[in-house]
Design a binder for this molecule. Structure first.
Ligand SMILES: [Fe+2]
Ligand SMILES: [Fe+2]
Length: 235
């Protein structure tokens, strides 16, 4: 089985052993078969979590899932400790791990940049995961979490359970946190140096944004140059 350390740690928190096993099965071999054709894509470790908007760099997919799990667990605490609600954490954890699990099937890396696969030209990741979970007899409550994770404005339906709401909010919060800092860092880099660093990573982006706060435009120029020099030639 492929070792994906951070994801494995989240999966281990699922108490229901049957559910844990089923989640682990998909994560260890993320692929889907349609009409006799097996589709697999980038490895989970190499995949971004979106083409340009958020986590759009190698390793971004795993970062997104780990960060979303942390936000979701914090929301579970708030729901229970402040509002006196009850949350099925197994459903939340499984939902977070699986909500984008077929995104890597929709990306390929060509000519130094990411683009979408032929599969993605026909089906989006949300539909792919939802249908595969139905095929694999996952509980309806979990399928709902995946189906509703984009909310009703960008997806087929709004969350109808507290667990689905928590996953939706955590997913949104992390994609915004990451995406906005990437956007700001690209803007600062463009303004300070006239160009952007390709496949800008989250840590680099946070460093660029913080350098503007600490040392102004001079700091941005220095930081961008330092990142450029430290980079290996390939991603
Ligand atoms: Fe998604
Ligand atoms: Fe997501």
């Amino acid at each position: 089985m492929t070792e994906i350390p951070h994801l494995e740690n989240i999966i281990k928190l699922i108490k229901d052993k049957d559910l844990q096993r089923k989640v682990s099965e998909i994560v260890s071999k993320p692929q889907i078969e349609i009409a006799g054709v097996v589709y697999s894509g980038l490895s989970l470790e190499d995949s971004p979590a979106s083409l340009t908007r958020h986590h759009s760099y190698p390793g971004g997919f795993v970062e997104h899932i780990v960060a979303t799990a942390k936000v979701a667990l914090a929301l579970c605490d708030v729901a229970e400790e402040i509002y006196g609600g009850r949350v099925d954490r197994d459903m939340v954890l499984a939902g977070v791990v699986l909500h984008d699990i077929f995104k890597p099937l929709t990306y390929e890396f060509k000519g130094e940049r990411y683009s979408t696969t032929n599969l993605a030209e026909r089906l989006d990741h949300l539909t792919l995961v939802t249908t595969e979970l139905i095929r694999r007899d996952f509980p309806l409550e979990l399928i709902h979490i995946v189906c509703a994770h984009h909310g009703g404005q960008d997806g087929p339906m709004w969350p109808r359970t507290v667990e689905a709401l928590i996953c939706h909010l955590a997913d949104y919060a992390d994609s915004q946190l990451n995406g906005e800092v990437l956007r700001a860092a690209r803007y600062l880099s463009r303004r300070a140096t006239g160009e952007e660093l390709p496949l800008l990573r989250s840590k680099e982006a946070f460093e660029i944004v913080q350098s503007k706060k600490a040392e102004g435009w001079q700091g941005v120029r220095k930081t961008v140059e330092k990142i450029r020099l430290n980079r290996p030639s390939s991603p």
